[in-house]
Design a binder for this molecule. Structure first.
Ligand code: ADP
Ligand code: ZN
Ligand code: ZN
Length: 727
């Protein structure tokens, strides 16, 4: 009999003691099934204990010890423990959150054998007239095309061709045209010498590869199109050669298809798995297990992937490290980038943070020598140059349906040259406001502090925060006037206007609404790349990472709105976003141009953009932050509370503040309502604490967290958000 301490997904910050009958080796990190209340739940054994604060006679026994997958390693548990301590969340919740749902189930997971079969054309197949032109049937043709163009193909590729593809493959094998080959004959990874690295790339690659087997945080600051991906690929191949795993973290799923395609093409025989939230349960579980067993060599995923067990981890890459989607905004408010850095340090492997616009935090760390800076300052493709950026002063130029004459003329020119253009407006829907012209009433959400967005095609008003929908009424509910109308612009309205201006152009709108359906995005990307689209209209989904070689013009609408936001990070984020969008233009030998419609053409942010000077603006922003004592010069944490009444949330925060022990170097501010006070029917408030010392802040939080847990918190939901991004 042992006493085991088990982490359960229960919102109480403690481990739970159980008895474990029988002897056991390697029990730590293993999933167990235990009774909890009237239910059976799954947990992970964290410790073996000599005794328990619960009398032995009252301890219950674990009902099952899972042996379906290997236990979590000590390294994994250390990472999770660090995460739980740093973000002040119960260890059980952190530990259980990393498992795919199938592994949180009380039933054991039955693994399907995950072997890959490889096939290739035989000499006979090559000699026989297997040119697709001579073959009937679409799947037959596709299969032969695939076989002809690749040295080897895998069964998963065959499967993608269609239902019948395997039958046809069998047929080819019977004919002696195709053979199945054992894994060992697959040619090992080699370092591709194509494309030849630019001098800058070579310098970066050599610098990192000289220290490829030890921890360093490298900040790869490379302008858009400078070939950061190529650096990633080369470094990954170094690790593949050593039999090590690479974890690649990327912002949102929108980027996955393109990056995945590039990786698969470069490493056709390596095992790459994808881990993001749009996968179904069994896809996720299988990928996760391949990673845990050390079989998956490249793990491409969004923030949650940072916790995937990787026994042979050799390298971590965080692409677009400044992206806010790396920070979870609810529950366990972790930053995947920061966890990745901890993990790299713990494992003693290098981590690359890549970006054209590093976050101020990372940039500051790099100029202080905590991170090591690597620069790529020109575009990789010969003759490709950064686009020219120009402001269109819309105070003096005529604007029709949100589009200035200058922009319309430029779009026309692109169309006649058969080049693509992109109109960027970071607001989906038809119009952001529905307004009454006689009394100035605006449609608002009942459940959030927000305006309802007009979706004209569906004749609906929608809240983009909680999803609430209602039909557009015919009259103003306040004064009865019928003169209510959409006000302002969104992607749909711009799309409509463009269709009117350019009836013959092929226009594609890309935003959250048009890409909602699974797998539709991949097809859209293909349409763009294969020149079936003339004008793209889209939100930030389009801003990141994509390579559209024929894109010559980018028009930016409505960016002024963020210039005077109350959030101290707004300027940083806007700048990053505009650099990203602008960076879509001029990526091949077509010169690119960016036109920004603005009322403030002399704003320092637009000037920096015009000069493509990240450093100049960053210096200004950093000195502003320093004067205001904001990050990266201080470290912050928020105590967030929500309740149905704002007073309940504020009272809770006041009580919490009263229990805090004053701490040298730690400031505590008064509780205030959150910027978006009402959200999904709850009223939200927070209390800010900050310090110039991360260590002091952590010590303070650890003590305070214990006190807050003991406060009565009836009807209040609260959490601590360390290094918050949103207020
Ligand atoms: P980034 O991620 O820095 O924005 P990418 O990695 O997307 O840039 O590279 C931009 C383009 O440059 C891609 O089309 C890529 O294939 C190409 N490229 C990268 N490195 C080289 C090179 N050394 N020679 C030629 N083309 C390159
Ligand atoms: Zn009215
Ligand atoms: Zn709402």
């Amino acid at each position: 009999m042992h006493i085991i301490r088990v982490a359960l997904d229960i919102p109480i910050d403690t481990l739970f003691d159980y008895l474990l009958p029988g002897a056991s080796t390697q029990i730590i990190g293993t999933r167990v099934q235990v009774p909890f209340g009237k239910k059976l739940v799954v947990g992970v054994v964290i410790e073996i204990a000599a005794n328990s604060s619960v009398p032995l006679s009252k301890l219950k026994a674990a009902t099952h010890v899972f042996s379906d997958i290997p236990p979590l390693s000590i390294a994994s548990l250390d990472l999770l423990r660090f995460c739980s301590n740093y973000y002040h969340r119960p260890l059980g919740e952190v530990v259980m959150s990393i498992f795919p749902s199938r592994l949180r189930n009380v039933k054991p997971f039955i693994q399907k054998p995950n072997t890959i079969s490889w096939f290739r054309l035989t000499n006979a197949g090559r000699i026989a007239n297997t040119s697709p032109a001579a073959i009937r049937g679409i799947i037959r043709c596709r299969l032969l095309t695939l076989l002809n163009k690749s040295d080897v193909i895998k069964d998963s590729e065959v499967k993608k061709l269609g239902l019948n593809a395997f039958k046809i493959l069998e047929e080819f094998i019977t004919l002696g045209w195709v053979e199945k080959i054992p894994n060992i004959l697959i040619s090992p990874v080699t370092i591709s010498l194509e494309p030849t690295l630019t001098l800058e790339q070579e310098l970066v690659f050599n610098t990192v590869s000289a220290e490829i087997n030890r921890f360093n945080t490298w900040l790869l600051h490379g302008i858009t199109g400078s070939g950061k991906t190529e650096i990633y690929l080369r470094l990954i191949s170094l690790q593949l050669l050593q039999g090590k795993q690479t974890l690649v973290l990327i912002p949102e799923i929108s980027l996955t298809p393109q990056l995945e395609g590039i990786f698969r093409k470069r490493f056709p025989t390596s095992i790459l798995i994808n881990l993001h939230s749009r996968l179904n349960a069994s896809e996720r579980t299988n990928g996760w297990l391949q990673a845990q067993e050390g079989k998956a060599e490249i793990i491409l995923g969004t923030r949650l992937a940072v916790f995937t067990p990787l026994p042979k981890l050799g390298l971590i890459i965080v692409d677009e490290e400044q992206d806010s989607s790396f920070k979870q905004q609810d529950g366990l408010c972790y930053s995947a980038r920061d966890m990745a850095i901890f993990r790299a340090k713990y494992t003693n492997v290098p981590i690359i943070l890549g970006s054209a616009t590093p976050s101020l935090e990372s940039y500051y760390n790099a100029i202080n020598g905590r991170y090591r800076m690597l620069r790529l300052s020109s575009r990789a493709v010969t003759n490709a140059a950064l686009p020219t950026v120009r402001c269109i002063d819309i105070r003096t130029i005529k604007v029709k349906e949100g589009l200035s004459e200058t922009l319309i003329t430029s779009l026309e020119k692109c169309l006649s040259l058969k080049q693509q253009s992109l109109v960027f407006i970071n607001r989906r829907g038809y119009a952001p406001v529905l307004m009454c012209k006689s009394c100035a009433w605006m449609a608002t959400c009942q459940r959030c502090t927000s305006r309802l967005v007009v979706h004209l095609r569906e004749k609906k008003l929608r809240c983009h925060y909680c999803g609430h929908e209602e039909l557009i009424g015919h009259a103003c509910p306040k004064c009865g006037d019928q003169d209510i109308a959409p006000f302002g612009y969104g992607t749909q309205r711009v799309e409509t206007a463009l269709t009117e201006f350019f009836p013959n152009a092929r226009i594609l709108r890309i935003d959250h609404d048009s890409t909602r359906k699974k797998n539709i995005w991949g097809g859209m990307l293909k349409d763009i790349q294969e020149q079936r689209v003339d004008i793209l209209v889209g939100t930030q989904i389009l801003a990141k990472g994509h390579d559209f070689p024929n894109l010559a013009l980018v028009g930016i609408l409505n960016s002024d709105a963020s210039l005077y936001s109350t959030s101290f990070r707004a300027a940083e984020h806007l700048f990053a976003q505009l650099i990203q969008v602008a960076g879509r233009a001029g990526r091949s030998d077509i010169a690119g141009e960016v036109l920004i419609q603005t009322r403030f053409p002399d704003h320092p942010l637009y000037c920096a953009l015009h000069q493509n000077n990240y450093d100049s603006l960053t210096k200004i922003l950093l000195s502003e932050r320093e004067m205001a004592c904001f990050p990266p010069f201080t470290y912050q944490a928020l105590l967030r509370a929500e309740a149905t009444q704002i007073s309940t949330a504020l009272d809770f925060l006041k009580n919490a503040a009263a229990t805090a022990i004053p701490f040298k170097y730690v400031e505590i501010f008064d509780p205030v309502p959150a910027q978006m006070t009402r959200f999904k029917g709850m009223e939200r408030a927070h209390l800010l604490t900050q310090s110039t010392s991360r260590k002091k802040l952590q010590e303070f939080l650890a003590l305070w967290y214990k006190k807050i847990q003991m406060l009565p918190a009836r009807n209040v939901r609260w959490l601590i958000d360390v290094d918050p991004l949103e207020f």
